[in-house]
Design a protein. Structure first.
Length: 356
């Protein structure tokens, strides 16, 4: 999430500058103040946030009412994840200039990061009221709506951002597509992902998301081509490797992201199909450990325990104390607890009870 910066041209009074020991000295001209503020902006743009804070805090001591410096201080602290300080400096901005839309937007960002989505929404709406064409704040507003489950409001917010021509418009289009997909509006989602690719042909996430829709529609060849394009554009894109499938891809996904539960589950399925049951069980167990409410992993783990039991195999070393029907039932029960509509888990549970 990017904070918004704006250089305000108004100045107030005579200020100070600094020597090499960071000791404040009287400034003779406003030009000297502007030079220091430009230096702080340069630190921000270079990612040297702590250095930027040092300069801005010295300027703050010289003149605590400069909203351009206050806004930058808030942005620097936001990047350093010092959210209480970010909130403080943006509040200072608003007290001095109640019509400072950027400060309202940045204050919303800080509240969103500390989990106060409802509070963030109020400040985003105020920013938009002050500047109705403040396109970039719409993305964060839509995300906050999503966090509160207000999908309709999120969709309408993304639409408005597109009308206004927000920067990074391809990201807005992608997010709108994700919302449509979550609503089951797959045709609209497909259109969004396609348009995101049209706007930015190198947008790997859009290629991967479109591939997922194509796979769900049974267009496997097209899906594979799209996943491969996503990987070509972003060779470290773990999700694309996992979704593309096959053991080699899953292992690559796990090398890139060792805590990827879906990749472990998918690798388990691939290993199971090759008869590598012990290895598959290990993968399912790891997936369930990484994501305890992963219903498919619990169901798969239960199924393989049952298969070992029915085939007369001794429990694996991994499940040496749990390789029994009762343990499989526990995994099936966990799966249906997580997802009460998981038909396969109910079916497998029934088959397990028959074996008791």
């Amino acid at each position: 999430m990017e904070t918004t910066l704006r250089k305000k041209t108004s100045v107030k009074g005579t200020t100070g500058t600094t020597n090499n020991n960071h000791v404040l000295e009287p400034l003779q001209t406003l030009h000297q103040y502007a030079e220091l503020l430009d230096k702080a902006h340069h630190h921000y743009n270079q990612g040297k946030y702590k250095d930027g804070v040092i300069v801005c805090e010295q300027l703050y001591e010289a003149d605590a009412a400069r909203t351009d410096n206050l806004l930058l201080l808030g942005a620097l602290h936001f990047q350093l994840r010092n959210f209480s300080e970010a909130i403080f400096y943006n509040q200072q901005c608003i007290r001095i200039d109640p019509h400072f839309a950027e400060a309202f937007g940045n204050l919303g960002n800080a509240l969103k990061e500390i989990g106060d989505s409802q509070g963030a929404i109020q400040f985003y709406l105020r920013a938009i009221k002050l500047n109705p064409r403040f396109a970039d704040v719409y993305n964060n507003l839509a995300t906050s709506y999503m966090q509160l489950g207000a999908t309709h409001e999120a969709i309408e917010t993304y639409k408005m951002a597109l009308v206004l021509g927000a920067s990074s418009i391809y990201t807005f289009i992608l997010n709108l597509g994700n919302l449509y997909k979550a609503q089951g509006l797959f045709e609209d989602a497909t259109t969004c992902f396609t348009n995101a690719i049209r706007v930015k042909p190198t947008f790997a996430i859009a290629w991967s998301n479109l591939a997922g829709l194509l796979k769900d529609e049974g267009q496997l060849d097209k899906a594979i081509d799209h996943y491969k394009e996503a990987i070509r554009l972003a060779p470290d894109f773990a999700d694309a490797y996992s979704n593309l499938g096959n053991i080699s891809c899953y292992r690559t996904a796990l090398r890139l992201k060792p805590d990827h539960p879906h990749a472990y589950n998918n690798l388990g399925n691939a290993l199971k199909d090759k008869g590598m049951i012990k290895e598959a069980i290990h993968c399912y167990m790891t997936a369930a450990r990484l994501m305890p409410r992963f219903a498919a992993a619990h169901c798969n783990l239960g199924s393989e325990v049952i298969n070992e039991y029915e085939n007369g195999m001794s429990p694996t070393s991994i499940l040496k104390e749990q390789g029994k029907v009762e343990q499989a039932l526990a995994h099936f029960q966990e799966a249906v607890t997580i997802d009460p509509t998981f038909a396969d888990a109910y079916s497998n549970m029934g088959n397990a009870y028959k074996g008791i």
